[in-house]
Unconditional design. Structure first.
Length: 314
């Protein structure tokens, strides 16, 4: 594949990452229409290099099971998610930064959020509302509203991270790989579940893949990409409230290489952070009539993005 076409495809994948985490690819569409293992591998250690007190908090799986159960009866919360990525392929570097702050009600699924994304120096800022009636966004620079085509709603919901819309399911999934984590308490008494190492071992790798499916496509990684991953370092830290077992923060960093195209390794440095608050506090997500009357838009697929890039480069 020629280098120019290769860069275009990589950029399309990066743009899809925005959709995977925050469904912020709507901005592009709108613009186009105006891992403690039992036998840890060498170099891996359960625990972090943070300031946790040397107080054992018990079994990590037990705490993650408690965390999953902690959402029962409390399905409204505030969430602040951030993603920073730097991807270098064939000497070409792309940088992506996304910040998403808002509130979520799980049943029925309602979201109100502000999304700010910067890709290679270009920044978009949106207000976004997901309700049973649809998905609506407002460009906070121009004030213009967009309404997602009804056919796109299943894609929007499927693209969203379980950290955002199904945190109980996310905690259950992490519990299956709890052997990766140490469990300690910090100076404030919070429970800290931590992994730090080179990502070797079944449980640590599963944790990494789980994160990458959120940040590199919103589903299973493309065929061949998962097998190509070689991790240099990974840190995964979960802080739980000791009384309720609800997650307070989740922080993941990773340095790795992977191949979107065989023979062309990409260097990926990534940081993801999640913060929770406002448990049980109701919020307003009233969508103005102007948004309901706004033009419908469709999220472009990778092929369409590629064609758009070609047109822009001509």
């Amino acid at each position: 594949m020629p280098h120019k076409a290769k860069r275009v495809k990589i950029r399309a994948v990066r743009l899809l990452a925005v959709t995977a985490l925050l469904a912020a690819a709507v901005a592009l569409a709108a613009a186009c229409s105006n891992e403690r293992q039992e036998s840890p591998a060498s170099g891996d250690k359960a625990g972090g290099s943070h300031t946790e007190a040397a107080v054992q908090a018990g079994d990590a799986k037990e705490w993650l099971d408690k965390a999953a159960a902690s959402f029962k009866g409390v399905d409204v919360f505030g969430i602040d998610m951030k993603l920073d990525q730097r991807l270098t392929t064939d000497g070409q570097t792309s940088e992506l930064a996304i910040a998403n702050e808002g509130n979520v009600s799980i049943e029925p699924l309602v979201m109100r959020q502000t999304v700010e994304s910067t890709f290679d120096g270009q920044t978009d800022k949106l207000a976004a509302y997901l309700t049973p009636d649809g998905y609506f966004t407002q460009d906070l620079v121009t004030g213009e509203w967009s309404r997602m085509d009804e056919s796109e709603l299943p894609k929007i919901k499927a693209s969203m991270s379980d950290y955002q819309i199904a945190p109980a399911d996310q905690m259950k999934r992490l519990a299956r790989h709890a052997a990766a984590f140490s469990a300690t308490k910090d100076d404030e008494g919070n429970v800290v579940l931590a992994y730090e190492g080179d990502g070797a071992g079944e449980d640590a790798r599963a944790l990494l893949i789980d994160v990458l499916t959120v940040t590199l496509g919103g589903g299973a990684l493309p065929e061949g990409v998962e097998d190509s991953i070689e991790t240099e370092t990974m840190s995964y830290r979960i802080v739980l409230d000791p009384d309720t077992a609800r997650p307070v923060t989740v922080d993941v960093t990773a340095d790795l290489t992977l191949e979107f195209e065989p023979g062309h390794p990409s260097k990926l440095t990534q940081t993801m952070s999640v913060r929770y608050d406002d448990w049980g506090e109701p919020f307003e997500a009233d969508v103005p009539d102007e948004a309901k009357r706004a033009p419908e838009v469709i999220i472009p697929d990778a092929e369409t993005m590629e064609e758009l890039e070609k047109l822009l480069e001509e």
